[in-house]
Ligand binder design. Structure first.
Ligand SMILES: [Zn+2]
Length: 399
């Protein structure tokens, strides 16, 4: 059993219950025991003064790539879970495009075991839709779900066959050139089957319009957007910086504005990092040859906080809703709330901390970020998973 923890005097933001004010949070037996003023610490409790800091449900990321098995030099389940904890994330969902592909019960079970062994942020596996992500034969969803998969996706290799997408557990990626067509198709299939489709990394304003209409018609569709698509435009690629090469690509200012508006009003449900580690050598290639993707777990909160909250566009509770409460709801994950009785997945932020992104300081094994050197505001100082401290910036060395 972990020691009880009393977080004293923090600014508690819990969008699941519209809590936004100063309070203590008591954690006991891995659960939220109570939230309120003047709570007393039980015997043996660790008491932490978090005055001036923000206490929230831990962030939840529905879309990361952790490269294990197959490319452990770029990331492992453990290093990804460590990077997640450092970024204030208590749970992440790992995409199945590993080597071999996570397309069966044993492969899903491997990720679950590696996550448990690391004991950091929770890593929930996402199973592949098709065997080997070849888009031909369906994988065994039932077996993967019973082993711990929380969704299925062929992210990165979009499901081309509409027939294959007629499932109740659809989740997939979208090629840049055809994003709107794929979004429209998936929305129609969700309507036809009554299934839930979650649309990954939306980047185009036309997609936003389709999702808005689908939601108005009551179709079960949810969507995510990355911090980079919310904050960068195609200008970031002008110097042929391969760290700005991602799929879907960065687009125009009008797209960024539409994505921000859609996130604000809930047409897009949540922010997901699409954390995609790549080795230095791979990204040193010519722009056309370099792989797609950027790392994001250790910059996601600060980038979103600096660009959306400091700019006055979002309130901090609105941002926490989009990075914790809503993603947990979309995939029916524990967390996303500080309600008494809920699992004690908690993050504490210093919302005024100013820092510059130094990729060499990342816990991730990869450094491919378009935000290197960027001055940001806001940082996770304490991350708690199931009542255990997994990241502690003030007392580094804890883990
Ligand atoms: Zn991805």
């Amino acid at each position: 059993m972990t020691r009880p923890i009393l977080l004293q005097g923090g600014h508690v933001i819990d969008p699941s219950r519209d809590v936004d004010g100063v309070a203590d949070v008591l954690i006991q037996d891995g659960k939220i025991a109570s939230v309120g003023r003047g709570l007393t610490a039980p015997d043996g409790a660790l008491v932490r003064n978090v005055k001036g800091r923000v206490v929230t449900p831990g962030l939840v990321d529905l879309h990361v790539h952790l490269r294990e098995p197959g490319n452990e030099d770029e990331e492992t389940v453990a290093s990804g879970a460590r990077a997640a904890a450092a970024g204030g994330f208590t749970a992440v969902c790992a995409m199945p495009n590993t080597d071999p592909v996570t397309d069966n019960q044993a492969a899903v079970g491997f990720i679950v075991r590696q996550s448990g062994r690391a004991g950091l942020a929770r890593v929930h596996p996402i199973g592949a839709v098709s065997i080997g992500q070849k888009g031909e034969r369906l994988a065994e969803f039932g077996e993967m779900v019973s082993a711990g998969a929380v969704a299925v996706s062929d992210d990165g290799k979009p499901v081309v066959s509409s027939h294959l997408m007629r499932t109740r557990l659809g989740l997939k990626g979208i090629p840049a050139a055809a994003e709107e067509i794929m979004v429209a198709r998936d929305v129609l299939l969700a309507e036809l089957t009554g299934g839930h489709v979650h649309l990954c990394h939306m980047s185009a304003r036309g997609s936003v319009a389709i999702i808005r209409e689908a939601k108005e018609r009551g179709i079960r569709v949810t969507a995510e957007v990355t911090p980079h698509h919310l904050t960068l435009t195609d200008h970031a690629c002008e110097e042929y910086d391969t760290h700005a090469k991602m799929n879907p690509p960065l687009r125009e200012a009008a797209d960024v504005a539409a994505l921000r508006g859609a996130l604000k009003d809930g047409v897009i449900d949540c922010i997901a990092s699409d954390h995609a580690p790549h080795s230095y050598d791979e990204k040193e290639a010519a722009f056309d040859d370099a792989p797609f993707g950027v790392v994001g777990l250790e910059t996601a909160f600060a980038v979103a906080h600096t660009e959306l909250v400091e700019s006055g566009l979002f309130t901090l509770p609105e941002l926490i809703r989009r990075m914790s409460t809503e993603p947990a709801r979309v995939f029916h994950l524990a967390g996303g709330t500080l309600a008494p009785g809920a699992v004690a997945d908690v993050a504490v932020f210093d919302a005024s901390a100013k820092w510059a992104v130094d990729p060499t300081a990342f816990h991730s094994k990869s450094r491919n970020t378009p935000f290197a050197g960027r001055a940001l505001t806001g940082r996770a100082v304490l991350t708690i998973v199931g009542g255990a401290i997994v990241h502690d910036l003030d007392h580094s060395g804890t883990r």
